[in-house]
Design a protein around this ligand. Structure first.
Ligand SMILES: [Zn+2]
Length: 417
């Protein structure tokens, strides 16, 4: 088959692709809780039937990885990554439909994991099986990384694969995570966890204003100053200014929140957890808060520490300490890397509108590949509203477009006419 025939085939057989998404949704794979065995077994059966050689690997029997491949030894080598775990469905009464029914409507597929990211996984599996079955002569190879531990940090999944040589010598990587169909994700923020610890002195609650030192009140004097961190701006190169501007414009337009672009080039903070005290009638001698701090491109831990010292001083609270747990720096791929251009061209041809390489504020497994120096993008179907929330869905049309983009871009990168 030619590239054109392959794309036509996807349209003709879209029902198979939709069915594949629906079946993946019906296999519960919430993370945390439980094992990912069921969904991994399903993918292995699919690969087996498609005649694609695969191997199960990993470091945790409940969170296995699958590596598989097609193509030639030489030529362009692309990794395609997808995770099959999903965030928990949460309070079922908040859903308008059963999150695990995989129901297919006229325009959508419904359920937990449709957007994040079983539709992306289905598109990738469908693309691979088609290229394999038609013996498409690829000048290069596709290395599939199916992982089952993205939603809890990736330590048993992508991180492990990258640390154990599975990503070596790759020329590019596609992570089929949800993006809008208007963008190709080319960079993400880094992050660290800040723990603030206030120490006080216990006393009887009836004498709270006279005796003891209240750790909760101490901490509460610091918290209003935490927003000082959000004044820290990223350090972008001249070359990155255009994608930065585009990303900010798109973020504000798509989310309809003026000023949201600032989340891309500035530090953001979220005081997400607070705990302190023992009983209402005891002056609390300890209180702590955990703050999620996200770092834009170029901002290092040292810059955060500097401002934290200023915050401590400004708040005047004594007996408060902080701890930083550094997770990762921001990461990015050049906006004109071959994989970016190939996806941009194919997506634009299919959609008939501009598709923009953009930075985002979230983070994902793309980080692990970028830290190895592999040009990496994210592109996948999604309805962003339901991701990590209730009523997750995906547009059928986007699922089909994404699968066709995968095939089209692979054909271009591997010289299939
Ligand atoms: Zn995801």
């Amino acid at each position: 088959m030619t590239k054109k025939e392959l794309l036509y085939y996807v349209d003709e057989h879209r029902e198979e692709l939709i069915q594949l998404v629906s079946e993946l949704i019906q296999i519960k794979s919430e993370n945390p809780t439980g094992t990912q065995r069921g969904v991994i077994d399903y993918v292995e059966t699919f690969l087996g039937k498609a005649g694609i050689e695969f191997k199960e690997t990993g470091c945790n029997p409940d969170y296995p990885c699958i590596v598989a491949g097609i193509g030639s030894e030489t030529g362009f080598s692309i990794i395609i990554n997808g995770h099959v775990d999903v965030v928990p469905a949460g309070d079922l009464s908040q859903w308008d439909f059963d999150p695990f029914s995989g129901e297919i409507t006229e325009t959508q597929i419904l359920g937990r994991g449709t957007s994040d990211m079983k539709a992306g996984v289905a598109g990738v599996l469908f693309a691979l099986s088609l290229l394999k079955r038609e013996h498409v002569p690829l000048n290069g190879n596709i290395r599939l990384h199916i992982v089952s531990d993205e939603e809890s940090g990736g330590q048993f999944g992508t991180q492990w694969l990258c640390a154990n040589g599975y990503a070596d010598h790759a020329d590019a990587c596609l992570v089929a995570e949800p993006t809008s169909m208007n963008t190709i994700e080319i960079g993400q923020k880094g992050g660290l966890l800040l723990t603030l610890k206030a120490f006080g002195k216990s006393a009887h609650g009836s004498l709270g204003n006279f005796k003891g030192e209240n750790a909760i009140l101490k901490l509460s004097r610091i918290l209003p100053h935490i927003s000082m961190l959000t004044e820290i701006k990223g350090h972008f190169t001249d070359r990155q200014l255009k994608p930065l501007k585009d990303s900010q414009m798109l973020a504000e337009k798509e989310n309809n929140i003026p000023g949201l672009g600032r989340a891309i080039d500035h530090v953001t903070t979220n005081v997400g957890l607070i705990k302190g005290g023992t009983r209402h009638n005891m002056v609390p001698d300890y209180c702590e808060a955990i703050v999620d701090v996200r770092l834009p491109i170029g901002v290092r831990k040292e810059e955060i520490e500097e401002v934290l010292e200023q915050i401590m001083e400004a708040s005047g609270a004594e007996g408060v300490e902080y701890e930083l747990h550094y997770k990762s720096e921001a990461n990015f791929t050049d906006h004109e890397a071959p994989i970016v251009l190939a996806f941009k061209k194919n997506a634009e041809e299919l959609l008939g509108r501009e598709v923009i390489p953009a930075y985002q504020w979230a983070s994902s497994d793309a980080r692990d590949y970028r830290l190895l120096g592999i040009p990496t993008i994210q592109f996948g179907p999604s309805n962003t509203v339901g991701i990590h929330s209730y009523n997750e869905t995906v547009q059928i049309q986007d699922v089909v477009t994404a699968a066709k983009t995968y095939i089209g871009a692979i054909c271009d990168l591997m010289e299939v006419l």
